[in-house]
Design a protein around this ligand. Sequence first.
Ligand code: TYM
Length: 341
Amino acid sequence: MKRVFSGIKPTGHLTLGNYLGAMRRWAAVDQHQADALFCVVDLHALTVDHDPARVRRLSRQTATLLLAAGLDPELCTVFVQSHVDEHTRLSYVLECVATDGEMRRMIQYKEKAARERARGGSVRLSLLTYPVLMAADILAYGSDEVPVGDDQVQHVELTRDLAVRFNQRYGHTFVVPRATRPGVAARVMNLQDPTSKMGKSDDVGPGVVYLLDEPDVVRKKVMRAVTDSGQDVVYDRETQPGLANLLEILAACTGGEPEELSGAYASYGDLKKDTAEAVIETLRPLRERHRELCADPSYVEGVLAAGAGKARAMARPVVDAAYRAIGLLPPVVEPVLNAAR
Ligand code: TYM
């Protein structure tokens, strides 16, 4: 059975982009077809200015939302990254395979570092090395596939490069993974600025639909979405990015095709109305399940504890093999030590 791994960062409230681009497929497809692991990657949330209490809160909320979205601990492994030491153990070894030039070429690093510097802040070293930790997340589990939205594909490509390089230099150790993307809504855009991604780190988000937004709030945000000048509803990402975004969201929520759907609308208003209702209906079961799970926090804690145990057992032999392959001396086990005394 193939192995699938993916992760989500607790840096903000989860968005419709996270759901349509990634989580929904994890629940509907991946957990049924693969030996799948889904991780709340909390260490990644420390790469930018953060509030410790908020990261803790968001980690719990993210795990709860993963379960609310339909991840079933009977079918897959759900856990928190910092509960499994193997990620950071492997990350250091991979830093010895990666180059600083490679890191500096990563689009997300360039964008986030530029934003941070423009604000007069400093850039954490971990922001630069972040993709190596992400590679460790993936490679520690011998993952074949990594289901992600468009924005993470470059990081998965880097992961492939590091795996191939390590295997060539030190002997076959890692499975070389590949990214898988959804057919539609691989890049959900901000409703107020359809040229930039709908991101959870935007604290104030009139253009961001959060998974826990009340239906009225979703309706308002979608109805106020920026659309393009022109009269006709056409699907063209280049010239009509606002409309294309709405058509893709509608298609993802209803199972249609954006191009075909565009022919069904004579006005922007009708398209927005239907898109808003489709989003509300898509999120309804998730919101209800989230409410139930919040009433039973010990259930979520139990899932995470069991998940970490399973994940540790899977990652340990892979990371140990990487340590041996790269030249680290195996620790001497207790009985041998005692015999030598
Ligand atoms: P993160 O937390 O930003 O996003 C989690 C997943 O949601 C997808 N996504 C989107 N898809 C479509 N449209 C959007 N607007 C949108 N916003 C987010 C992302 O592509 C992602 O699949 N670096 C990763 C977390 C990570 C990871 C990993 C992922 C760490 N280690 C190992 C896979 C495997 C991140 O920041 O995702």
